[in-house]
Design a protein around this ligand. Structure first.
Ligand SMILES: [Zn+2]
Length: 405
């Protein structure tokens, strides 16, 4: 099995305790390979106090309940920048739907999730932004990502063509206002009339301007980055391909150090060679693995809705009933992790950066999540030697209990 970082550790003596559902006052997860910002520590320890990661107790002081997690990897909880739903529910639905989708993704390791909307009527989006902002206020969501309606009809993917429109800074502002400080990102086709002004407005307002569902040329994309765009929405998907005379948005987004590129690593959206090309070129600090998941994530095949459009999921691949466009993914980030390590052979530390540290930094929440450091939230993922998910802790509580007792 793939253990790229060397030999299996030797077991250290550790007292095992059953894990209480709400977490002991102080517990120490001991013996795992722990991935820290400085590298991987074999036989590492993570101390948890209440909802936070705590510094190790000084020598001789009580350590807390020792939990043996030897034979596992311990990595930070995943941060998903771009996600439309899961568990049969959507972030475009009711509060109950949103929480259901959120819970599904938490069970798969995503302890921080931004809710993505899809193209719809402005009124609908404004209303949904209000609902999602309340859930962000409560700490359930990390914010809102508006995908559309300001995208290109040529690259609409699974967005409803009749509802697309040119970017209009006044309408962009309306969405930002409706999100009451919780708008984190907006994906737009920056080459459309009003595109660059909208990018400038977003940047001014501290909302990430993401280039996506775009038909822009290389030159137009460079202009968008100069205007303040800092993210490539699912690089390669819903944009012109990389051509040798017309390099298009992909080259512009990959070459600029200021841009983080989203990648959907489900084996369907990207050929492994395309993924490798992007990862190598951008480097591990500029990649964010996302799910772009829709309702079927965490459930399975069947018929679903993506915003107003009908989607058929077959063998885990979601396609529009009409036209057959790929319509989001059924990916969860634990699968993206496992695939990145075992299929793409990306070093574990780089995969952790792409799943946690980079998106946390981009969202400006890296003071509380994104790495296993004292003072941050006790958000962590426990994987076995084969990188199968075994446990998920969020704010000191096991969402998925590894049953280690
Ligand atoms: Zn999306």
């Amino acid at each position: 099995m793939a253990t790229p970082l060397g030999a299996r550790r030797t077991a250290r003596p550790a007292t095992t305790h059953p894990l209480p559902a709400t977490g002991a006052r102080r517990q120490v997860l001991a013996g795992a390979r722990v991935v820290l910002p400085t590298g991987t520590v074999a036989d590492g320890r993570v101390t948890i106090e209440g909802t936070k990661i705590a510094p190790e107790a000084p020598h001789g002081a009580p350590q807390g309940a020792l939990v043996d997690v030897s034979g596992h990897w311990l990595v930070p909880g995943f941060v998903d920048l771009h996600n439309h739903g899961g568990g049969g529910a959507s972030f475009s639905g009711s509060a109950e739907d949103v929480l259901k989708a959120l819970h599904t993704h938490r069970l798969h390791g995503s302890t921080t999730v931004v809710a993505s909307t899809v193209t719809d009527d402005m009124d609908v989006l404004v209303r949904q932004a209000g609902l999602l902002s309340e859930l962000a206020e409560q700490g359930d969501l990390a914010g809102i990502h508006f995908e559309g309606p300001f995208i290109s009809p040529c690259r609409k993917g699974a967005h409803s063509e009749a509802l697309l429109r040119d970017p209009d800074p006044a309408e962009v502002r309306k969405l930002i206002d409706a999100a009451r400080g919780r708008a984190r990102m907006l994906t737009l086709a920056t080459e459309l009339p009003g595109g660059l002004d909208s990018v400038r407005l977003l940047a001014e307002q501290g909302v990430i301007a993401a280039v996506g569902h775009t038909d822009a040329t290389y030159e137009q994309t460079v202009q968008a980055i100069e205007a303040g765009a800092t993210v490539a929405t699912h690089l390669f998907n819903a944009m012109p391909p990389l051509g040798h005379r017309a390099p298009g948005p992909i080259a512009a987004l990959l070459e600029d150090e200021r841009v983080t590129v989203e990648l959907i690593n489900d084996g369907t959206h990207l050929h492994p060679a395309a993924l490798e090309l992007a990862f190598r070129h951008a480097g591990p600090s500029r990649v964010a693995f996302i799910t772009d998941a829709m309702d079927a994530a965490g459930i399975g095949d069947g018929r679903y809705l993506l915003g107003p459009l009908e989607v058929e999921v077959s063998e885990g691949v979601a396609r529009l009933v009409e036209g057959g466009s790929i319509a989001g993914s059924t990916l969860t980030l634990d699968r993206a992790f496992r695939r990145a390590v075992t299929v793409d052979r990306i070093p574990v530390e780089d995969v952790v950066a792409a799943l946690s540290a980079n998106p946390a930094r981009l969202l400006g929440v890296d003071d509380s999540v994104g790495s296993l450091e004292p003072g941050k939230d006790a958000d962590l993922v426990l994987l076995d030697e084969d990188f199968e998910l075994k446990g998920v802790m969020r704010k000191g509580v096991w969402v998925l209990d590894p049953q280690l007792a």
